[in-house]
Design a protein around this ligand. Structure first.
Ligand code: 13P
Length: 255
């Protein structure tokens, strides 16, 4: 099944409104007529309005990096999915390993956030991935399956059809140590196999699974050449147009 490649730049806690606008201008110039690949960027909340404005009608999507699991209420410092949607985002990252590691997110909260995102008409980009000690203990697939089980609990195929998954091994994030194309492909295939036991074939076949973790212009083409790697979730290399564009290019060539 042909899945359209998808490259997402996760800017994390970088690029305030001014800097974000500068990068958005460069992205618009470089990518406005790109047909063969979907591209989105995930700026920090406060930079979302500038980026949404700048990228309007370019086809480049804007995602938030997180949202709360409730639509509104007394949750000081939080941002809800309907607010993210109202700000012009169409997607939201959910369950990024940095959220799990530093902000106590669990499979249960990830499940709630996916539901909140879908209710607000946002496409969730759901992140899973194992820590180094888990991989070294030979339990990577089991742990990722457990994360999927929790994240997707109670959700049907209509929900899955609106999601993208991202496999981001924690040991490869921001470390310069990327998973080999074989390691990444093995996990992506395992994820698809696991999903096949629970969701209809068509929904699983159409689902895009992105790889994230030290993706760079140097390793993108080989990763993206794998049959079950449908795109990339890029951190550090998405902060500069010179390093992000070649990754988008690699995804375009793949298609
Ligand atoms: P790096 O590309 O900087 O390793 O970050 C990956 C990531 O966490 C994207 O969400």
């Amino acid at each position: 099944m042909a899945r359209r490649p998808f490259v997402v730049g996760n800017w994390k806690m970088n690029l305030g409104p001014g800097e974000a606008d500068t990068l958005a201008i460069a992205l618009k110039r470089a990518l406005w007529d790109r047909q063969a690949v979907d591209v989105s960027v995930a700026p920090p909340y406060l930079s979302i309005p500038e980026v949404v404005n700048r990228l309007r009608a370019t086809g480049i999507g804007v995602a938030a990096q997180n949202c709360h699991g409730q639509p509104a209420g007394a949750f000081t410092g939080e941002v809800s999915a309907p607010m993210v949607r109202a700000a012009g985002c169409t997607q939201v990252l959910i369950g990024h390993s940095e959220r799990r590691q530093y902000f106590g997110e669990t499979d249960e909260s990830v499940n709630l956030k996916i539901r909140a995102a879908l209710d607000a008409d946002l496409e969730p980009i759901v992140c899973v991935g194992e820590a180094l000690f888990v991989r070294e203990a030979g339990k990577a697939v089991a742990v990722v399956e457990q994360q999927l089980e929790g994240a997707l609990s109670g959700l049907g195929s209509e929900a899955l059809e609106r999601c993208t998954l991202a496999y981001e091994p924690v040991w490869a994030i921001g470390t310069g140590r990327t998973a080999s194309p074989e390691q990444a492909e093995d996990m992506h295939r395992a994820i698809r196999t696991w999903l096949s036991g629970r969701f209809p074939k068509a929904a699983v076949g159409a689902l895009r699974i992105l790889y994230g973790g030290s993706v760079t212009p140097a390793n993108a083409a080989l990763l993206l050449a794998q049959p079950d790697i449908d795109g990339a979730l890029v951190g550090g290399a998405s902060l500069k147009i010179e390093t992000f564009l070649p990754i988008v290019e690699a995804a375009t060539t793949r298609s």
